[in-house]
Design a protein around this ligand. Structure first.
Ligand SMILES: Cc1cc2nc3c(=O)[nH]c(=O)nc-3n(C[C@H](O)[C@H](O)[C@H](O)COP(=O)(O)OP(=O)(O)OC[C@H]3O[C@@H](n4cnc5c(N)ncnc54)[C@H](O)[C@@H]3O)c2cc1C
Length: 272
C-alpha cells in the first residue's frame, strides 16, 4: 500500500498501527537510492508530503521550529550560519528542493550534513506517537549507533527546534561543489552563555562531538593557544576510517585544520 494521509493524526495512526511494516517517505532522495542499490523492498509506504504544515519553518519565542518536511532549500535561507551553509552544500538544486531535514535524521548517516549542523546548535528532535504523544530529545541523545537512532518504529519525526542566538560556523570538504558527499565536515556553535559544540561528520560511525576540545575552549576561550590545543585534541578524539573517498590520516589532519578555521570564525558574532 502507498498511504498518502492528509492529516498528521492519520499519519501517526498508520505508523502507530503498522510500525516498521510501513516506511515513512519524505523527499525519497535516500530511500529511492537504497531501493535501487540494495535488496531493501519496503512493504508499505507512508508518504508524508501531503500533510498540512509539513514544510513549515517558523520563529517561535527565541527558537527556530522546523517541521519534518523542511527542505534544504528552505534551510539555506535561514540566518543560522552553520545550518544554512550546510544545507546549501547538500547535493544539487533538485536534491535540496526535495530532501528534508527529517529524512536526513531518519537516514542518520555519519555524513549527514544536516545532522552535523544540528548537533552544533544543540537542536532538539521531536518524535511523536499516535497515543503516547510527543517527546523531545536533545540531538546528542538521538544518534545511538551507525545509522541507528532513538526513533521508535511506531513514531514519526515531527520537527526540530533550535535556538536562534548561537554563533555558528560550518565547513565541508568534498571532491566537488555539488552532488557532493563530505570527506569531512564540521559545524561549530557557541551559545551566549559560552557553551561550545564542535561537531564532525564522516570521522566516526555517528555524527560526533569532540568533547575534550569543547572543554578546552569553554575553559580558556577563543585564544590562539586554546584554539591550537583544541585542534590537537580533536585529532586525537576523532576515529576516521580509510575508504574509497579518503584515508583516515587525511581525514584526521583535516579535522585539525577545520578546528582552527571554525574556532577563529566563532570569534565573530553571526547569530540570527
Ligand atoms: C545525488 C544525491 C546527493 C546527496 N547529497 C547529500 C549531501 O551532500 N549531504 C547529505 O547530507 N545528504 C545528501 N544526500 C542524501 C539525502 O538527500 C539526504 O539525506 C536527505 O536529507 C534525505 O531526505 P528525504 O526527505 O529525501 O528522505 P527520504 O529518502 O524520504 O527518507 C530517508 C529516511 O528517513 C526516514 N524518514 C523520512 N521522514 C521521516 C519522518 N518524518 N519520520 C520518521 N522517519 C522519516 C525514511 O523512512 C527513510 O528511512 C544526497 C542524496 C542524493 C541522491
Amino acid at each position: 500500500m502507498f498511504f498518502q494521509p492528509r492529516h498528521v493524526d492519520e499519519a501517526l495512526e498508520i505508523r502507530g498501527r503498522m510500525g516498521s511494516d510501513v516506511t515513512p517517505l519524505g523527499g525519497g532522495t535516500d530511500i529511492v537510492v537504497t531501493i535501487n542499490k540494495t535488496s531493501m523492498r519496503p512493504k508499505h509506504f507512508l508518504d508524508l508530503t501531503h500533510l498540512p504544515d509539513y514544510t513549515h519553518v517558523v520563529r517561535d519565542n527565541g527558537n527556530w521550529v522546523l517541521s519534518a518536511g523542511a527542505t534544504f532549500s528552505q534551510l539555506g535561507k535561514l540566518p543560522m550560519k552553520a545550518l544554512a551553509a550546510a544545507a546549501m552544500t547538500v547535493g544539487g538544486a533538485a536534491i535540496r528542493n526535495t530532501g528534508t531535514i527529517a529524512g536526513n535524521l531518519g537516514t542518520a548517516s555519519p555524513a549527514g550534513d544536516g545532522c552535523v549542523a544540528l548537533m552544533a546548535i544543540d537542536a532538539e528532535v521531536e518524535l511523536t506517537h499516535a497515543t503516547r504523544g510527543r517527546r523531545t530529545i536533545p540531538i546528542h541523545e538521538y544518534f545511538t549507533g551507525f545509522r541507528r537512532t532513538a526513533l521508535l518504529a511506531d513514531e514519526l519525526i515531527t520537527g526540530v527546534r533550535l535556538r536562534t542566538d548561537w554563533r555558528t560556523a560550518w565547513y565541508k570538504i568534498g571532491k566537488r561543489g555539488s552532488i557532493n558527499i563530505s570527506l569531512v565536515c564540521a559545524a561549530f556553535g557557541m551559545s551566549p552563555e559560552g557553551g561550545v559544540r564542535m561537531a564532525y561528520g564522516c570521522v566516526a560511525p555517528i555524527v560526533m562531538r569532540t568533547r575534550l576540545a569543547e572543554e578546552i575552549i569553554e575553559k580558556d576561550g577563543l585564544t590562539d593557544a586554546a584554539i591550537e590545543a583544541a585542534a590537537q585534541s580533536v585529532m586525537k578524539e576523532v576515529a576516521p576510517i580509510d575508504d574509497h573517498r579518503a584515508s583516515a590520516n587525511y581525514r584526521r589532519a583535516m579535522c585539525g585544520v577545520l578546528a582552527r578555521r571554525l574556532l577563529r570564525e566563532l570569534r565573530i558574532k553571526n547569530t540570527g
